[in-house]
Structures are given as C-alpha cells and as structure tokens.
Write a protein that binds this ligand. Structure first.
Ligand code: ARG
Length: 572
C-alpha cells in the first residue's frame, strides 16, 4: 500500500485530541488552493464540543503536534483550519516507489472485493438504428464497468437488448408481404426500418392488417416456428450490424440477455404481484397504482393480455437478484426514461427481493447529444448512423496524420487514425458531466491542442518518445527524489499521487468525467514539466529522476485512458 499522508495527519491530530483517527480522517479536506497546503483540517465541528473558537482549537492542536519524523513539513493555522504541507520528497518517494511496485496495477485496489455490480449498458433495439444516444450509454457503461473492475468488484456487463415487443408482429407481417424487395443481408437495419415504416402506414388504413400483426406477435409468443425463425433472423442480422460498432469501439459484454430472454418470465411477475393484492384492474389492463408516490400507474399487463417493456424489466430484476444477488444494478439509460425507472424500482419492492437488491437498483442517466453544425454525414433525415460517425472520425484523423507524418507506413497510419479517431469520440462523450447535454463538434473534439482525446494521446506519445530516445529506465533505488522539487515536477507527482482517489471518487459518483478531467490535468502538468525542463541533461542524477517521472506518467496515462476505453497509439 502506498503511504497515506492523510492518515498520518489524522493519527497525529488524534494523538493530541483523543478523537478517533477514523473520524478525523473523514473531516480532512484537500484545499482547492494549493497555497493553503496539501491537506486541511477544519476545526469548526470541534468548536461546539470544546466550547472554544475554531481558530483557538487550531492553534492549540498546532502547538501540541510534533511532526518531526513524519512526512509533514509544515502546519499553519488559517481561520478555523489547520493546513498541512507534506514534504515534496516524501510525495515523490511514495508515488514512484508504488508505481515501480504495482506497474499497470497502480491506482487499482480491491475495496470492491466480494461485492457484485451489474452494469447494464448499450441495450439498443434490434431492427432499429443504433443512434447517438445508444453511443452514450455504450461508452459511459463500458467506462463504469472498467472502473468497478479496477476496484476489485465482481462486475457483470449486460446488454439488455430491445429484442421483443409487439412491433415484431408488424415486422413479421411486413416481411411476409414484401421481404423479397429489400436487401436485408446487405443493410439489415436500414431495410428493416423501411419495412417497419411501410407496414405501419398500412396498419393505419387497414384494421385487418393490424389484426394480422397482433396475431403474428401472439404466435411469436407461443413459439410458432415460422415467426420465431423470422424473429431470430432479425435479431441475428441486427446484432451483426451492432457488432461492427462494438468492434470499432472495442466494447464487450458478459451477457446479451435482452427483453426476449425475459418474455417467459413475466407470468411469475404477474403471479407475485397478484398475491400482494396490489395488482388492480383498470380499463381491462392490470396496473400497479403509484398515486401515493405521485407517479402515474405502472402498467403490467395490457388489456389484450400482453406484457410490456416495464414487465420485462421487472422480470429482469427478479432474475438478476436470484442469479447474482447483486449489490448494485446500474442502468445506464438516457434521462428520458427517468420516470420509467422510478416506477419500475418502486414496483420492484413488491417482488420479495432482498433489501440489498432493492437498494442497489440505480438509474445512471445522461443527457442528450446536440450537433454544433448540421453538416454531419447522415443518410436519412436526421438519424445519424453511429457507424458512419465513427468512420468519419477515423477518416478525418487519417487526413491529419497523412499531413503530419507522410513517412509512416500505411499500416501505421491506419492504426493511429483508428485509435485517435475513436479515442476522440470517446473522450468527447465522457469528458463532460454525464447528466449535461453534450455538444458534438468535429473541430473541438479533434483539436490536438484542446482538452481532447488526441491531446492526451499526443502527450502519451511524447512520453514514449522520450523513453525511447534515452533507451533506458533508471533503477528506482538510485533515484534522488530531491531532483524532482521544481514546481512542474511536483504538480505531476501530486496528480499521480491522487490517482487512486480519483478512481474511487469517479466510481462512487458513477462519473467517468472525473477520470477524463484527471487525464487532462495530468497531460497539462506533464506538458509544462516537459516544456520547462530538459529531460536529457549532463547531470545524470537529474536526468534519471526526470526519466523516471516520465515513465510514471506514461504508465498512468495509459491505464487511466484504458478505463475510459481509449487505446493509446505508440506514436503519432
Ligand atoms: N432498449 C431501450 C432503448 O433503446 C433501452 C433499454 C434500457 N434498459 C432497460 N432495462 N430498460 O430505449
């Protein structure tokens, strides 16, 4: 374990105040202004108990603390705070020795050991376009998955495919009538969407057709061979198309159990709810009234007997509680579905699942994507095909690389364009607070000098070329940490030191943007360090220390980016 300076401070304060060190540990803050020291202990809470002014308490603690033989270098009273400064050498030593020891695992921990987290993400509807909102859930969800894993949680990634519902009755009907006219193998989603629009038109004018569609869905539910075969085919061709996107993004799932998987598990939900006496008839439908929770009722069963989206979500909760006994089940879904999840989580309390599972249900919502200019390659209307968007990003970066590095081989150029093009999209998506709407603008996200994916990758590549140029990695035992006391080096070291906390905070808040922010801060700090200092110099001790810091930055940049799903090019 890396030395925890906060804990050292807490122990010292505890010695002189007799307050438990765990309690003090909780109170200690990191001041926003670095001039105020590295840690601050607010004495306000003690004022009441000790019947003294906070400043006086701070002064008294300061006088009693003996911080010789500790990493604490200085203690100051400022208002009701005690500000602590940690020795820069101690920070450098703690961080770099830990990085030497843990390498790729630096910053990771096992605080989640024994706990199970389900992360549900992506979950597109088959036979419908994978739109930009699905891109967000895919990227946020994958990042959360990686983050929980890094903290030792047993993490399970679920793609809750929208592969069921009455619309499949319509699709089957449309296919029966005009299937031959459409090139479904070539362009499954586009073609199936056309069929769907066409059959919907027909249904509007012809009640008999609509009845046929309903009949198809009933047959599908009952396992009719023809209907099931068609449905399976729609699912398969859609998945094939989705996987072109997932492969580009390098996204994986542990489970593809979607809505259809739960279609035979909804009867039990109705039975359970019926037994609670809370399932009531309303206009032929079966509903759970949620008026006392100030919500519209949750429909469980429509008047024609078929279940709906919410019923399948309830079945999924019961199944997941039984199968995984999860500590948390996170739903990464756009905020449009806020009400849906509130209703479903409320009804889930009636299913007899454990208190733990009930409490663990959490909707991780996110904002919409706006386009800055309308000139993005779209095919039909305003639907942006995510695959086109990713390819366009790769192509745009390809042009930049071609201009910058015409001498790279074709293979190298392609590899860089893919990593940087995809990385730019991912970073753009994850860099803002997830609940805020996102602005999609090519120029901003591909700016190599902005707060972007390419900027981080470029910084990483810079660390790589330094390491390659010097051609050796000094032995940590021979590093003189006093050579890293310049302002820029200290800034890098402090950021590296805080990395573990960053992962924890980001995970507690389900907020990948905290890691994105860290990546920018670290990249900027390293750039200043690099610009202000010669890494290769006559003084071997200085050079070694700086090389080691470069190596540490290189390692952490790569690992932190990987948490977000961003791959680093080795050169660019
Ligand atoms: N398939 C849905 C959609 O595309 C999202 C599913 C979200 N997950 C859930 N368990 N309801 O809008």
């Amino acid at each position: 374990m890396m030395k925890d300076f906060k804990l050292e401070i807490a122990s010292k304060i505890s010695e002189v105040t007799q307050i438990k060190k765990e309690e003090i540990y909780e109170y200690i803050e990191i001041p926003k202004d670095a001039n105020m020291g590295d840690y601050a202990f607010p004495c306000f809470r003690l004022a009441k108990e000790l019947k003294k002014a906070p400043q006086i308490i701070a002064q008294e603690i300061k006088e009693k603390i003996d911080f010789t033989k500790t990493a604490i270098e200085n203690v100051e009273v400022a208002g009701g705070y005690l500000n602590f400064t940690i020795s820069k050498i101690e920070i450098a030593k703690a961080v770099l020795e830990e990085i030497e020891d843990k390498k790729e695992n630096y910053g990771k921990s096992d605080i989640g050991k024994g706990k199970t987290i389900l992360v549900e993400y992506s979950s597109p509807n088959i036979a419908k376009p994978f739109h930009i909102g699905h891109l967000r859930t895919t990227l946020i969800g994958r990042a959360l998955y990686n983050m929980y894993k890094a903290l030792g949680y047993n993490t399970i990634g679920i793609n809750h495919l929208g592969d069921y519902g009455t619309q499949f009755g319509k699709l089957i009907e449309g296919y029966k009538r005009w299937g031959q006219e459409y090139n479904i193998e070539e362009n499954p989603i586009e073609e199936l969407t056309k069929i769907y629009i066409r059959i919907n038109e027909l249904c509007k004018n012809d009640e008999n057709v609509l009845e046929d569609c309903r009949e198809n869905f009933r047959k599908l539910e009952q396992g009719d061979a023809y209907c099931v075969e068609l449905w399976e085919r729609f699912r398969e061709v859609s998945l094939k198309e989705f996987y072109r996107i997932y492969d580009l993004l390098d996204v994986k799932f542990d489970s593809l159990n979607g809505e259809a998987f739960y279609s035979d598990k909804t009867d039990e939900i109705i039975e359970i709810l019926e037994k609670t006496g809370k399932l009531i008839e309303s206009e032929g439908a079966k509903i759970i009234d949620l008026e006392d929770k100030k919500m519209p009722p949750c429909i469980i069963c429509k008047s024609n007997g078929s279940t709906i989206y919410a019923t399948r979500d309830l079945a999924a909760i019961l199944y997941r509680a039984r199968t995984y006994d999860f500590d948390k089940c996170l739903y990464v879904v756009a905020y449009e579905q806020n009400l849906h999840f509130k209703q479903v989580f409320e009804v889930a309390k009636l299913l007899g699942i454990s208190e733990k599972c009930q409490q663990g249900l959490e909707h991780v919502s996110y904002g919409m994507v706006h386009l800055k200019d309308g000139k993005m390659s779209t095919r039909e209307g305003n639907v942006i095909r995510v695959e086109d968007l990713l390819k366009e990003s790769i192509a745009r970066v390809g042009e930049i690389i071609e201009e910058k590095n015409p001498n790279f081989t074709e293979k190298e150029k392609q590899d860089i364009a893919t990593k940087v093009g995809i990385g730019a999209v991912i970073f753009n998506d994850l860099s803002g607070n997830r609940i805020k709407d996102e602005i999609f603008d090519w120029d901003t996200m591909l700016n190599f000098n902005g707060e972007t994916g390419p900027y981080i990758q470029y910084t990483y590549v810079r660390t790589n070329s330094v390491l390659k140029k010097v051609g050796y990695l000094p032995n940590i035992k021979e590093i003189n940490f006093e050579k890293l006391l310049d302002k820029e080096a200290v800034e890098v070291l402090k950021l590296l030191y805080g990395y573990t906390n960053i992962i924890e905070e980001a995970t507690n808040k389900n907020e990948p943007s905290i890691i994105a922010r860290f990546l920018i801060d670290l990249s900027k700090a390293f750039s200043s360090f690099y610009n202000e200092n010669k890494i290769v110099t006559e003084d071997k001790a200085v050079q070694d220390a700086r090389i080691y810091l470069t190596y540490a930055t290189n390692l952490v940049l790569k690992q932190a980016a990987a948490l977000l799903g961003i791959n680093m090019p080795e050169k660019m």
